[in-house]
Structure formats: C-alpha cells, structure tokens
Design a protein around this ligand. Structure first.
Ligand code: C2E
Ligand code: CA
Ligand code: CA
Ligand code: CA
Length: 278
C-alpha cells in the first residue's frame, strides 16, 4: 500500500520529477501572466547619505498571481532565467520602469533615475543597447534617468561586456555593479569597464558592526570605489548603527528597510515629494 502521494505522482510523470513538472507549469503560467499583465513593479528608494535626499528608485518585479497572491522575484526569476522567458519579462520591466518614471516627472515630481535589474540573458543579447535605446525613445525618458544594474557574473566575457557597456554608456544611461563582492571581482574589469556605481551587497552590510572582517571589506570597497571615481551605495541597510558606519566611511548612498521597503508605484509620489527621509 502506498502511503505517499508523492510516489504515486512520480509513477505517472515518468521522467519528470515533481520539481521539473512544477517548473514547466510555472513557465507556462508565467507566459500567460505576461499576456495578462499580472507582473507589477515595486520601487525602493535610494538615499544620499550626507543630505538624506532621495537619489534613485530601484524597480523590483513582483507577480500578482490571481490565486497565490503576491509572489516574490526570488521564486520566479530563476525559472524565468532558465527558460529564457526572462528576456521578455526583462523587456517589460525596462519599458514599464521607464514609462512610470517619465509619468512621475510629467506629474511634476522631482526627477530621479530609476534602477532596473538586468539578467545575464538580457546582457548577453547582441542588440541590448538598441533595445534600451528604443525603449527610452518610446517612453520619452531621458537616458540619464535610467540606471542599469548588472552583476559581476555577467561580465565574464570581457569582449562582449566591454562592447555592450560602451554602447550603453554612449546612450547616456548609468551602469551599476549589483551585489558587488559576491561574484567574480576583477580589478582589471573595474578599471576598464565604463561603470558609474558599485552596490555593496547586503551580506557585507549586515554584520558591519559585529564582524571586523565585514567592516574592513566595506570600508575598503568604499575607498576603492572613490579612488576609481565611482559612486558607491550600500544595500540592505536596516539599522542606525550601519548608517553611522557608512557615514563615517563616506559611503555615498544607501538603500534598505531602515527607511523604506520596496513600495507599490502608487506610493512613490509620497516618497519623492519631500525628497528626503523623515
Ligand atoms: P537585488 O537586486 O539584490 O534586490 C534587493 C533585494 O533586497 C530586494 O528583494 C529587496 O526587497 C531586498 N531588500 C531591500 N532592502 C532590504 C533590507 O534592508 N533588508 C533585507 N533583508 N532585504 C532588503 P526582492 O525585491 O525580493 O528581489 C530579490 C532579487 O530578485 C533582486 O535582488 C534581483 O536579483 C531579482 N530581481 C528583482 N526584480 C528583478 C527584475 O526586474 N529583473 C531581474 N533580472 N531580477 C530582478
Ligand atoms: Ca538590484
Ligand atoms: Ca543587490
Ligand atoms: Ca542581493
């Protein structure tokens, strides 16, 4: 007698185990979700540490599933990456973030850049700079108000990365290296890639106050960024103590739950209007 429903399921699905069946279902649902407009963008403000002003908004995608509620990106981005659907989804995110940012500017809100996360797959596309250019054109957003966040792992193919980043920089968009320190850092890349900003990964920021190694790493990243004429932002800032540390080490910007989690687009006006944290 079988007591385990899982085992029964395995019999019927043959080669497919539960997780790959789940993935296929998810991929199918995501395709539908794109057509049905079930994806939404949340925005998390980025603050200038010295003045407290809002200097940017990071667009973070969520899936508003009709039955399962709001699904976080950590649950569907990896599957979208694997299936290639991330290219379509990523283009939607890019277009939506640009459209929305232009609408805020047209409504008279202070203009700040919107940061959009790029996936590896998008970055590898030959025509990415053309796509970005056409999305900017369609939205009417000026290129200086778009920041693209790429991760270090995306820069493995130096030749492609250089060409792509040079093209994007020519358009006038900003480039940030996301999750800095967690990937394949190379000083050679930092020196030669046209980038504007480093985002210190949350995992280094978290224990700044307790762990002297993390403190040393964060201090060193800030100093190095400044020597390379790059801006530097700390992500995942949750405590006043972390802010004190960052201020002492002259980190330029920060982002984190201490001031605001990612919020729906409808709440962004309230964040931008005072242009400063409370
Ligand atoms: P990420 O780019 O490193 O984004 C920052 C994540 O940290 C966000 O999670 C944000 O909500 C969370 N966070 C912000 N402040 C704090 C804090 O103070 N404490 C803690 N514990 N967490 C904080 P989220 O929105 O769930 O996004 C997770 C990841 O999903 C992102 O990491 C990014 O890699 C990916 N992602 C999100 N949206 C997109 C997108 O449109 N395209 C692509 N390719 N990836 C996306
Ligand atoms: Ca990011
Ligand atoms: Ca990040
Ligand atoms: Ca991260």
């Amino acid at each position: 007698v079988k007591e385990n429903g899982r085992n029964d399921c395995m019999l019927y699905t043959g080669e497919l185990d539960n997780s790959s069946l789940e993935k296929l279902t998810m991929q199918h649902e995501m395709r539908q979700a794109l057509n049905r407009n079930e994806f939404v963008l949340y925005y998390q403000p980025q603050y200038h540490i010295a003045t407290g002003k809002v200097v940017g908004l990071e667009a973070l995608v969520r899936w508003r599933h009709p039955e399962r509620g709001m699904i976080p990106p950590t649950q569907f981005i990896p599957i979208a990456e694997e299936s290639g659907l991330i290219v379509q989804l990523g283009e939607w995110v890019l277009a939506e973030a640009c459209r929305q940012n232009k609408a805020w500017q047209d409504a008279g809100l202070p203009a700040v850049p919107v940061s959009v996360n790029l996936s590896m797959r998008q970055f590898l596309q030959q025509n990415l700079p053309d796509k970005v250019a056409s999305i900017l054109h369609q939205s009417g957003l000026r290129s200086e108000y778009l920041d693209l966040e790429i991760t270090e792992s995306m820069t493995m193919d130096v030749q492609h990365a250089t060409t792509c980043l040079v093209e994007l920089t020519k358009l006038g968009v900003c480039i940030s290296i996301d999750d800095f320190g967690t990937g394949y850092s190379s000083f050679h890349y930092l020196k030669n890639f046209p980038i504007n900003r480093l985002k210190i990964d949350r995992s280094f920021v978290r224990d700044i106050q307790q762990d002297p190694n993390d403190a040393a790493i964060v201090a060193a990243i800030i100093a190095m960024a400044h020597n390379l004429n790059l801006q530097v932002i700390a992500e995942g800032v949750e405590t006043e103590g972390q802010v004190e540390f960052l201020r002492k080490h002259a980190c330029d910007e920060m982002q984190g739950y201490l001031w605001s989690p990612p919020v729906p687009g409808g709440q962004v006006a309230d964040i931008l209007r005072p242009l400063a944290y409370p």
